[in-house]
Write a protein that binds this ligand. Structure first.
Ligand SMILES: C[S@@+](CC[C@H](N)C(=O)[O-])C[C@H]1O[C@@H](n2cnc3c(N)ncnc32)[C@H](O)[C@@H]1O
Length: 350
């Protein structure tokens, strides 16, 4: 087995505490008021104080003074035009509504040099196979698989284009010196010159693309091709479920089934329903969707086997985790190894 790559700078082990696959979105109120706004606020306060000091009479505050005082009180309160802590937190929740956290692996791995899930996967399932990693985030797991498990190729997709950019940039951290040309992986140079990968060896076997895997139209699902031997859907079902509801997660599963070749495996790491509310309550649309959910994660297994059409199921050992909430079962669903009328056999356990 190849050595695990060094952790890359984007992994931040100082990141804040988590209790599920989500990052606690913290907001620093000192950043809520922009510097320019602060200057303007101070200027207008000074003006008002000056006008109060001009009035030297002992008499009860004149109407003018009362007005001024009331203005001062308003000024002392945060104005509605400035983002409050709550508003800013709302914005952050909206921004990360897909679980597209930028320090995900820093939180998840908490200083570990290697993702423990790699130890429970069967390398043979991946070797010389085509793999899709849905919701690859910054690409650490995808890259580890590309390097250690030697798939023919692995495509990491994510809905967040920034994360896809980070994942691409991270390829270089997994490269040995000899695989680099200057600062760049040699594979990138080859790709440009030759219009695509020719050698299916790391790092030529790994690709990242921005894509929303959830189909909104039935036609899109119908068009899905049998392309992959392994599809990874790790810690993503909650986000799909909260954003696209029962319908969305069912479509997601159906598309994955259709995208698998005969004998292919879908590996799912579902989050428990008890972790949904923490996120659902922070975004109005997610809360609405949450309230309509009838299809619970504990029903996924039956649905995948009895409605979607997978023929077998196994649960992999529980990977250890340093961070609370990440010790979740990994479930493997297998598509029938026979295909079509010919019932051509696909090599078992391949
Ligand atoms: C919590 S992270 C899990 C990362 C990775 N799968 C793992 O387990 O290490 C979920 C990722 O799924 C992505 N995601 C959510 N909905 C998606 C969708 N519909 N299509 C593609 N990616 C999606 C998010 O952007 C995020 O990076």
């Amino acid at each position: 087995m190849n050595e695990s790559p060094n952790l890359v700078p984007e992994i931040n082990s100082n990141a804040k505490k988590v209790d599920d696959d989500s990052i606690n979105i913290q907001f620093d109120p000192s950043h809520s008021i922009k510097q320019d706004d602060k200057i303007e606020l101070n200027k207008s306060k000074r003006k008002i104080n000056d006008s109060i000091n001009d009035d030297n009479s002992d008499s009860p505050p004149s109407k003018k003074k009362q007005e001024v005082n009331s203005i001062k009180c308003e000024e002392d309160k945060p104005t509605t035009s400035l983002p409050t802590k709550k508003q800013k937190q709302k914005e952050m929740s909206e921004k990360f509504r897909y679980g597209n956290f930028h320090r995900y692996y820093g939180n998840r791995l908490k200083g570990l040099q290697r993702d423990p899930r790699l130890d429970v996967f069967n390398k043979v399932w991946f070797q010389r196979r085509n793999v899709l990693d849905i919701g690859c985030n910054a690409g650490y797991l995808t890259l580890s698989i590309a390097k250690e498990f030697e798939p023919a190729w692995i495509l990491g997709i994510d809905i967040d284009s920034h994360l896809v950019g980070v994942a691409r940039a991270n390829i270089r951290h997994y490269c040995e010196e000899k695989e680099m040309i200057g600062k760049f992986p040699a594979s990138l140079a080859l790709r440009e010159e030759e219009g695509g990968p020719t050698v299916k060896k790391f790092p030529n076997n790994v690709w990242f693309r921005r894509q929303n895997y959830v189909c909104l139209m039935d036609e899109e699902i119908e068009q899905a091709q049998e392309e992959y031997d392994i599809i990874l859907a790790l810690s993503i079902t909650k986000w799909v479920h909260l954003n696209w509801g029962d319908d969305g997660i069912k479509r997601f599963f159906l598309k994955a089934f259709k995208n698998l070749r005969p004998g292919g495996r879908l590996i799912v790491e579902p989050q428990g329903f008890n972790t949904y509310w923490k996120r659902a309550k922070t975004v109005d649309e997610l809360r609405e969707t949450y309230n309509k959910i009838e299809f619970k994660p504990e029903q996924f297994k039956d649905y995948l086997l009895n409605e979607i059409g997978f023929v077998s199921f196994e649960e992999l050992g529980m990977p250890q985790a340093n961070a609370k909430g990440f010790e979740r079962p990994l479930q493997v669903f297998r598509k029938e190894v026979y295909k079509g009328e010919n019932r051509k056999k696909v090599k078992k356990n391949s």
